[in-house]
Design a protein around this ligand. Structure first.
Ligand code: COA
Length: 264
């Protein structure tokens, strides 16, 4: 499958129901500038409308860096309004990634610092390799994260560990990321994309509506009171029971055959 260059630093590879988006800025370890953020935002917005066709998105980087944070050179001497504008745009883009209907897998190939770690935190799953280093080093610049790190990291690893990572600015290893519950799996560098793709393929074979709803129910439930989450779960399950795929899944089980899901 041919790669499509969406932007000088953004490459898309289509594999049927799975798309692989690669940040390609090796010389700056993937540092995120305004143009990359814009291109990412445009792609994600467009992906929303293709949830029937694309069910899993894998995001990765190139070489030693996934994304070593915001492009610090762009911050240097920038007016307050430019700085604030970049933060607003990153909030929009990261929120859009977090609420994509597709399952998102971040295959973190190297440094994921600042906005790189924050982008990964917007994904449903993080895969890391032995060279991956994740961190929120903004405190070392006298700043704090602005792409959701202070909010999404504690929700994933707990407040105490998140504060330790935020306040020291230290990088955590792949092993620690798994241990803290931030990453699903750590593997050898060469195995990263094959592992992420194998997982993506297994998810893309699930009943599409149930897959989308599984993501939504968990994420919306985490933002809600338990009783509201449980009510949502019952409503969604009832609606899934009425779908063709729900009927097909039950029939296939009874007839001892593989289900043929249609996505409706
Ligand atoms: N913004 C802009 N450029 C960056 C960058 C960033 N966030 N991170 C790395 N780069 C550039 C470096 O300036 C260097 O460019 P050069 O070759 O033109 O000098 C290149 O990427 C390679 O980085 P280098 O620092 O030489 O590699 P290293 O292996 O010695 O160190 C890091 C790697 C990730 C530890 C180091 O680059 C770093 O600390 N980066 C900044 C991380 C950060 O604070 N991110 C949060 C930003 S809010």
């Amino acid at each position: 499958m041919a790669e499509e260059r969406l932007h000088a630093n953004l490459v898309l590879d289509r594999h049927g129901p799975i798309e692989v988006l690669r940040i390609d800025r090796e010389d700056a370890l993937g540092a995120m500038n305004f143009e990359i953020m814009e291109a990412l935002g445009t792609y994600v917005t467009e992906l929303y409308s293709r949830s029937e066709e694309v069910r899993v998105l894998v995001i990765t980087g190139t070489g030693r860096g996934f994304i070593a944070g915001a492009d610090i050179a762009g911050y240097h001497g920038a007016p307050q309004a430019v700085f604030d504008g970049f933060q607003r745009r990153s909030r929009q883009t990261f929120d859009a990634i977090a609420s994509l209907p597709q399952v998102t897998i971040c295959a973190v190939n190297g440094y994921a610092l600042g906005g790189g770690f924050e982008l990964a935190l917007c994904c449903d799953f993080i895969f890391v390799n032995e060279k991956t280093k994740l961190g929120l080093p903004e405190i070392k610049l006298g700043l704090l994260p602005g792409g959701g790190g202070t909010q999404r990291l504690p929700r994933l690893v707990g407040a105490v560990r998140a504060k330790e990572i935020l306040m020291t600015g230290r990088m955590i290893t792949a092993q620690e990321a798994v241990e803290y519950g931030a990453a699903l799996e750590a593997c050898a560098p060469d195995a990263l994309i094959p592992k992420a793709m194998e997982f993506a393929e297994s998810l893309s074979e699930m009943a599409p509506v149930a897959l989308r709803e599984a993501k939504r129910v968990v994420d919306d439930g985490l933002d809600a009171a338990l009783s509201a989450g449980l009510t949502l779960e019952q409503r969604v399950l009832g609606a899934l029971y009425a779908t063709d795929d729900g009927k097909e899944g039950i029939a296939a089980f009874m007839e001892k055959r593989d289900a043929d899901f249609k996505g409706r």
